[in-house]
Design a protein. Structure first.
Length: 103
């Protein structure tokens, strides 16, 4: 396994990469950097940690929406926990406004 230095949102990271996985890793890094930059540039969120969480949610949502990913689209049975999660997502959407970046 080799190590690669990458840059995400202006910050350098050393990441482990399996042999032959360089192209996939660089593609993933580019996606994360692009998503985080878009959130930062929208100007509503400044903290790097919050930008990273929102970018992760956006990318996971995009992945789950792909038709070739049916396992990721399965709906859990409604529970009190899922109702609380739905309520939190509604509050997050309201707090972020109409920037179109979260779900």
């Amino acid at each position: 396994m080799k190590q690669m230095e990458v840059t995400i949102l202006g910050q350098s990271y050393i990441l482990a990469c399996p042999d032959g996985g360089e192209t996939s890793l660089l593609s993933a890094v580019a996606s994360v950097d692009q998503e985080m930059s878009a959130i930062r540039d929208a100007g509503k969120v400044k903290a790097r940690e919050r930008i990273a969480v929102l970018a992760a949610l956006n990318l996971a949502y995009q992945l789950a929406e792909r038709p070739e990913a049916p396992a990721l689209r399965s709906e859990p049975a409604p529970t009190q926990d899922s109702a609380q999660i739905d309520a939190m997502l509604t509050r997050i959407d309201a707090a972020l406004g109409g920037d179109g970046q979260l779900l």
